[in-house]
Ligand binder design. Structure first.
Ligand SMILES: Nc1nc2c(c(=O)[nH]1)N[C@H]1C(S)=C(S)[C@@H](COP(=O)(O)OP(=O)(O)OC[C@H]3O[C@@H](n4cnc5c(=O)[nH]c(N)nc54)[C@H](O)[C@@H]3O)O[C@H]1N2
Ligand SMILES: Nc1nc2c(c(=O)[nH]1)N[C@H]1C(S)=C(S)[C@@H](COP(=O)(O)OP(=O)(O)OC[C@H]3O[C@@H](n4cnc5c(=O)[nH]c(N)nc54)[C@H](O)[C@@H]3O)O[C@H]1N2
Ligand SMILES: [Mo]
Length: 769
């Protein structure tokens, strides 16, 4: 393990700029891929090229010369690295020893090359042939109760693989298909159908060109979807007001220098992104939006009474919505003192935001985990919809809702059946297409799967990518319960902590990554993914596979499925693996309206959009209208007692140098934190209150009444611009603090953005590193 220099100093540069350029080149160098890397990156997110394996941001019809960002480039370098993990590595290192390695060091050893089986007695991974692995996994699964098995998907696998995986689960006999979305935008998938009858965002890239106002809530653009900075910058240059609500000053929402513009790079010109930046309380969004709605509704009342032009879109409300009167009454009843208390904003700030929003003919609402990962994450999203509906901001140019999805195909996986909810899957169609009776009962989502694992009810866990144990809450109890599972199978590209903690019988199956050439019987294959704007794109691998021993994800899913299920001539696993276009035909048969002419349209530049009724103001809700939905109260975080000065609210964050549990390095450049992830970001006044200086070491412990001890030690205090009462720490290091039951009502997304904790000074000298 390398020694790192720790430094925590505010960063003055913009998002993008030279910092971004240097970062890309360093990473390619580190993965020994400078020449190939730069050539490969030129094909990223382009027609005929491959889709970035990082985030799910839209891929434009007419791409920029370099349609990639700093973090997309890091993800590419990480996948096409020249570093390899030979079998000797696993002879040299026991799994118990590897458990002491960091997340970064585990993945940094490079690409996994060979299928392996756990040798429990020797505490090591040992080689196994693909045939034996499939046969043995199949034999295990055949002896189990399908309802006691879990098939997890992480969000990166293609539409083709995901369709096959979901079908395999149902042919086998269960709907236990939790996915990373259960920890992410599930609050969106629950709230948007209630409000507008469509589960996904409605904004298109073209809307950025004409919008008159952009509202952003709880999303970190500079780190998590940097390519969105291009349309944001264009909008900002047009003078479009951008209003941001975030407890932290995230650099991407403040200012940006386009690293692809020679002029901007040479002159150091920055564009200011947000025209208003409101550092609200963590969990203050319902109150902040309620304040804006109240301001608009009351100003509209006054305007109407005086015979002036209204502020609300009454024609839209009349024709297209339901529940306006009770929502408006609720808003009028709110008290400014309470709104200020729960939002952490001044009344004037809410009025300022409302008046700019109220003057714009069109507006879009962008959001991320800052809304979804709260106890009231579903209400947060519904509240944003209420605000948009007041002015008819849906289904017209420049307007709409834009949840920024995470993994590059997480949205698409749901589209083709990765879900525990049978009502979202065309079960009758599948029954007819494949001649079987699919399970109709609701399966387990992520939190429910974790509960079942802790209770010892799960016999097998299959992971199609991801790092489940590291991503979920309640780390300690989950790690303790995991070996109680009989069979665990992980399909992965790189080694992670979940591969060190295994079931009694375990397999680690290495697969091709999306950037690699995938040659099958019919030739080189393309795969497809859906971006955050419901556009479906083809992706063609372009570098040779890390090893000839790797199989593609469709081949692995088919291999396990064939070894598990009785033969069914209607399910041509081998033909599908030989030619993925045949899988796309099958998808089109199952989802005829979504995937019409799939194999033809997939090569269209910019991809093709799935039909989305809400874009046409066609509301697939129970009322047949878009619904205003009154929240239960102003609070999002029911556990935190604001009056108890000892309790702080922990926000778990991503750094600029990670993709979820994949830790590329230790440079959170925009936040000025370097060389460590073991930190707590703390308001100076809070720190003083607890007698803590910058650099002091502390432990955090969760406040909960269930008598379970949850602690994280050895964190270094960093004085930071964060509202009083809130602290920031990194995910996944802080996941041991999150109780499993601390999740959003209605969606069960872990409430990772508001964990009530206490802080305690530790005596350890901080100079340890
Ligand atoms: N480079 C990179 N890209 C990624 C990822 C990655 O790890 N690295 N992860 C991918 C995935 S799977 C996802 S889901 C997305 C995640 O991308 P984001 O949705 O941006 O998620 P987070 O980084 O968790 O940060 C959420 C933001 O919410 C703010 N916030 C916290 N609490 C509140 C609150 O109560 N109210 C408001 N208004 N704001 C709040 C935080 O300060 C932070 O800026 O990014 C995807 N893209
Ligand atoms: N406290 C806290 N917890 C969180 C969050 C948070 O904000 N705070 N965010 C949540 C969110 S939004 C998400 S999406 C989850 C993420 O949870 P996951 O999706 O489970 O985790 P990742 O870290 O994205 O998975 C990384 C692993 O995927 C494997 N991998 C990479 N590429 C491929 C591929 O092409 N194929 C296959 N088969 N495997 C591949 C590699 O082995 C790598 O180690 O975490 C959630 N957990
Ligand atoms: Mo996510």
């Amino acid at each position: 393990m390398t020694k790192r220099n720790v430094s925590t100093k505010p960063y003055s540069g913009p998002a993008g700029g030279w910092g971004s350029f240097r970062s890309v080149e360093t990473r390619l160098l580190r993965e020994e891929r400078i020449a190939t890397g730069n050539a490969v990156l030129l094909r990223q997110n382009k027609p005929g090229g491959y889709s970035c394996v990082s985030c799910s941001w839209a891929k434009p019809r007419e791409p920029h010369p370099f349609e990639y960002c700093e973090n997309g480039a890091k993800a590419t370098a990480w996948e096409i690295t020249r570093k390899r993990v030979p079998l000797e590595f696993f002879e040299q290192h026991s799994l118990t020893e590897l458990l002491t390695w960091s997340d970064h060091d585990l993945e940094a050893i490079g690409r996994l090359l060979h299928p392996m089986k756990l040798d429990r007695a020797r505490d090591r991974w040992v080689p196994v042939s693909w045939e034996d692995a499939f046969r043995e996994i199949g034999a295990e699964l055949r002896g189990m109760d399908p309802k006691r098995t879990v098939f997890y998907a992480s969000g990166r696998a293609s539409l083709e693989t995901s369709y096959m995986y979901g079908l395999f689960a149902r042919l086998y006999g269960h709907n236990n298909l939790p996915d990373s979305s259960n920890m992410c935008h599930e609050s969106t998938s629950v709230a948007l159908p209630q409000a507008i009858g469509s589960p996904v965002g409605t904004v298109e890239l073209d809307d950025f060109r004409v919008t008159e106002c952009i509202l952003s809530f709880g999303q970190n653009v500079g780190t998590n979807s940097p390519r969105m900075l291009h349309p944001l910058q264009e909008a900002a240059k047009r003078g479009v007001p951008i209003i941001t609500f975030n407890p932290l000053k995230e650099r991407g929402w403040e200012r940006f220098t386009n690293p692809q513009s020679p002029t901007e790079m040479l002159t150091g010109k920055e564009t200011r992104i947000s025209s208003q930046y409101h550092q609200l309380r963590a969990g203050g969004d319902i109150a902040a939006i309620a304040g804006m709605c109240k301001a608009l509704i009351e100003a509209d009342d006054t305007a109407m009474a005086a015979g002036r032009a209204p502020l609300l879109d009454h024609a839209f409300i009349q024709q297209h919505t339901h529940g306006f009167d009770s929502f408006a009454a609720w808003c009028r009843d709110q008290d400014w003192a309470q709104l200020e208390r729960w939002s952490g904003l001044k009344r004037q700030e809410m009025l300022d935001a409302a008046s700019v929003y109220g003057a714009a003919k069109s507006a879009m609402g962008i959001y991320g985990m800052g809304l979804t990962q709260h106890k009231k994450g579903v209400e947060n999203v519904r509240m944003l919809m209420n605000l948009l509906l007041l002015r008819g901001n849906i289904g017209k140019p420049g307007a709409g809702v834009l949840p920024v999805r995470g993994h590059s195909n997480v949205q698409g996986q749901r589209t083709v059946g990765i879900t525990e909810k049978p009502e979202l899957v065309p079960m009758d169609g599948l029954a007819e297409q494949y001649g079987f009776e699919p399970p109709r009962d609701t399966g387990m989502n992520t939190v429910e799967a974790c509960e079942a694992i802790i209770d010892g009810r799960i016999q097998a866990f299959l992971g199609l990518g991801g790092n489940f144990l590291r991503a979920v809450p309640e780390t300690e109890r989950m790690e303790a319960a995991w070996p109680g599972i009989r069979l665990t199978v992980q399909v992965a590209t790189k080694l992670n902590r979940n591969h060190l903690i295994n079931g009694q019988v375990a397999y680690l199956l290495p697969c091709l990554g999306r950037i690699e050439i995938d040659a099958q019987a019919s030739g080189e294959q393309v795969v497809t993914c859906e971006d955050t704007m419901t556009h479906i794109h083809a992706s063609r691998g372009m570098v040779p596979p890390a090893s000839p021993d790797l199989l593609s994800e469709p081949a692995i899913v088919a291999g396990i499925a064939k070894a598990t299920l009785p033969p069914n001539p209607r399910v041509p696993w081998d033909e599908w693996v030989a030619d993925y276009a045949r899988v796309r035909d099958a998808i089109e048969t199952s989802y005829p309206s979504q995937f019409k002419d799939f194999n033809t349209r997939v090569h269209q530049p910019g991809g093709f959009a799935r039909p989305l009724p809400a874009r046409q103001r066609d509301w697939k809700t129970e009322t047949g209208k878009a619904n205003f939905l009154v929240p239960a109260g102003l609070r999002t975080d029911l556990e935190t007692d604001l009056d108890d000065p000892e309790i702080l609210q922990l926000i778990t964050l991503r750094s600029n140098d990670q993709f979820n549990t994949t830790i590329y390095g230790y440079e959170d450049r925009f936040r000025g934190i370097s060389g460590t992830r073991e930190v707590v970001l703390m308001n100076r006044e809070d720190a003083a209150r607890f007698g803590l200086r910058d650099g002091d070491m502390v432990a955090l412990s969760t406040v909960a009444e269930d008598n379970i001890r949850r602690e994280v030690h050895g964190l270094r205090v960093v004085h930071y611009d964060i509202p009083r009462g809130a602290i920031g720490g990194y995910y996944p290091e802080c996941n041991p603090l999150i109780p499993l039951w601390h999740h959003a009502e209605g969606s069960k997304v872990p409430a990772a953005k508001s964990v009530p904790v206490r802080v305690r000074k530790e005596s350890v000298a901080m100079a340890a590193e």
